[in-house]
Design a protein around this ligand. Structure first.
Ligand code: ATP
Ligand code: MG
Length: 158
């Protein structure tokens, strides 16, 4: 199915902001360099799973008033999603395990969760032949980068 990614991502952000508005003052900034539309062939349900899990983690583990950066870039054969927060970060000893079911970081005791979100994300990324990378520093923040192949990406400049 063909999806227009920029409006798709804007809608996801609106949904999340609506759901968490009462408890969070953090907001998302969507960055789409050079693009006004970006059409790709992708599994919409899987993409939704991936992005809502990553974006809600960014909200959950961030600090108030530190905006979350969500950027979207593409080249001929791939789309790159990058979600970057200035939150609590992931301890180095937890980093190798965060994609395993039920693993939760040492520094999240007071924050509820089941430890399943990233395991789902990893499976959904693998199913689409994509890649996921994470970079994190405790007390500074976390960046997840997802690269998904898309052989029919077409975009228009503003
Ligand atoms: P849920 O199943 O409800 O998503 P969860 O958020 O604990 O629970 P995952 O989304 O799988 O589970 O994340 C696993 C762990 O990775 C988290 O418990 C947390 O320690 C760490 N983590 C994930 N994303 C972030 C982030 N953006 N900032 C800091 N830690 C994170
Ligand atoms: Mg989660």
């Amino acid at each position: 199915v063909s999806i227009e990614l920029i409006s798709f991502c804007s809608r996801l952000i609106l949904e999340l902001e609506r759901n968490y508005k009462s408890t969070q003052t953090t907001e998302f900034n969507l960055e789409t360099p050079n693009h006004s539309t970006l059409n790709v062939e992708m599994d919409e349900k899987l993409l939704r799973q991936i992005l809502t899990n990553l974006l809600s983690n960014a909200l959950k583990y961030s600090r108030p008033n530190h905006p979350i950066r969500f950027s979207l870039t593409s080249s001929e054969h791939k789309v790159i999603f990058r979600i970057s927060d200035s939150g609590i970060g992931i301890p180095p000893e937890d980093l190798p395990h965060i994609f395993l079911p039920f693993h939760r970081g040492n520094n999240v005791n007071a924050i509820p969760g089941t430890g399943l979100g990233l395991a789902i994300v990893k499976q959904a990324v693998d199913l689409q032949g994509g890649e996921i990378a994470v970079e994190s520093h405790v007390g500074q923040g976390t960046t997840f980068t997802i690269t998904l192949p898309s052989h029919t990406a077409s975009w228009r400049k503003e």
